[in-house]
Design a protein. Structure first.
Length: 276
């Protein structure tokens, strides 16, 4: 098994099973050392809760990274998720340069939108900054909504392969290397993921669970990053992460009180088994 040193940059939603409270356990379960850089601290995530607190940690980041540089700390990979401000995007770009070890891989989940809409904390200025980061990264994991914002494409609920290929072409033309496009479904009862790079695109189709779930983008991206860094190809990692995420959703539906996230913890043994 590989043992990589990863830095993940995303928020701490203290309650709600997303971002760091999902990424850290999943990356640990996939066998990697994980350093964290919290972008913000929220009492809960912003999808469905109201009145949450939000402490932006942008001003702390330069001091933290400067200390790491002084200590000579480098990472095999950096994986970014939900960021606390547009200003943080430039800081992350610097991290890709200053904290990169040998054979470094950067992963960006442009966690900013879903279902055709930006999350409450973000605006068009954030999208413009995010464009600078995604086209600098080795692997990006947008959902269709995020891919539309990144390529100035119209968001559609119903679409065909030509629509998806057009978005992928635009992402690659703008500089994207490997794209893992999530939530791509061509039938009512299926969804899937397209992995696209300079050699072409492959589609992994899987079961769609009717009920929408929060935090599954973070579960998916974390499982992908952990699996990829275990030496799986992007397509294998995308398939493993998809199968794992489906299981976490299936594990949660039926529990009405658990509307805010998925019970990903009890499926970790499955993910670990898939990596053996
Ligand atoms: O799962 C994405 C995410 C992460 N962090 C915060 C969020 C969301 C989605 O809404 O609100 C704070």
């Amino acid at each position: 098994m590989a043992y990589k040193k990863i830095l993940t940059v995303q928020d701490i939603s203290c309650v709600g099973q997303c971002s760091l409270t999902v990424a850290l356990p999943i990356l640990s379960a996939t066998g990697h050392e994980t350093g964290i850089l919290p972008s913000a601290v929220l009492s809960t995530h912003t999808a469905g809760f109201t009145g949450y607190t939000f402490r932006d940690l942008t001003d702390d980041i330069p001091g933290i990274t400067a200390h790491w540089q002084k200590e000579g700390i480098k990472f095999d990979a950096i994986y970014t998720g939900y960021l606390g401000s547009a200003e943080q995007i430039a800081y992350v770009k610097d991290m890709f340069k200053n904290l990169a070890g040998e054979n470094f891989v950067s992963f960006v989940d442009p966690a900013m939108a879903d279902n055709g809409k930006l999350y409450p904390a973000f605006d068009e200025a954030f999208v413009q900054e995010m464009k600078k980061l995604v086209f600098d990264a080795d692997i990006i994991l947008p959902n269709i909504t995020e891919a539309c914002f990144l390529t100035d494409s119209e968001y559609k609920e119903n679409y065909d392969e030509a629509y998806i290929n057009d978005i992928l072409d635009k992402l690659h033309s703008a500089g994207a290397k490997t794209v893992v496009l999530t939530g791509v479904g061509y039938t009512d009862d299926s969804t899937g993921v397209v992995v696209s790079d300079a050699n072409g695109a492959s589609y992994y189709k899987h079961k769609k669970i009717a009920q929408g779930s929060h935090g599954t983008g973070d579960v998916y991206a974390s499982a992908f990053v952990g699996s990829y860094l275990q030496g799986k190809s992007a397509f294998e990692a995308a398939s493993i992460a998809a199968d794992y995420t489906v299981r976490t959703i299936e594990n949660t539906i039926g529990d009405k009180d658990h509307w805010y996230g998925v019970k990903f913890e009890t499926e970790l043994p499955y993910l670990i088994d898939r990596l053996k």
